[in-house]
Ligand binder design. Sequence first.
Ligand code: SME
Length: 153
Amino acid sequence: MEEHKKEKRYSRVYDQLAVLVKKSHNQQARMATVVAVLHHKMDHFFWTGFYMIDQGEMTVNVYQGPVACQILEKNKGVCWASYNRKETLVVEDVHQFPGHIACDSRSNSEIVVPFKNREGEILGVLDIDSKEKAAFSAVDAGWLEKILQLIIL
Ligand code: SME
């Protein structure tokens, strides 16, 4: 998607989500709403979901898209790298990323954003895959970080 169009689309999605998520104080309800809205409004999203740390394991949570790995092997792949580095990772070509975990071979690029609580502790990550190469940019990173701020309890 062209960067200007992307900006406009995120801006509208953000305003919509700001209203929607306030209707519940349940963390998972808010996460599910974010995933559903993003997945259906952003044309370049092929898999959209959360992986959350559960008893030390990176475990799949609410998502939309093809069936995904339930548990990601520790310290391997993009989700773990983002979690360990405590930063958003934009990967233009997942096949070039050392240790990338291919839950679906149709994914070619990926963005992973850490999901933090109010104390700044990372609870998990928002992971989005695209079939296109280099589908994600700093525009996605900025907006997705802002969207996650909306759903922190
Ligand atoms: N690509 C991820 C694994 C999760 S799936 O893409 C849904 C990774 O390497 O961490």
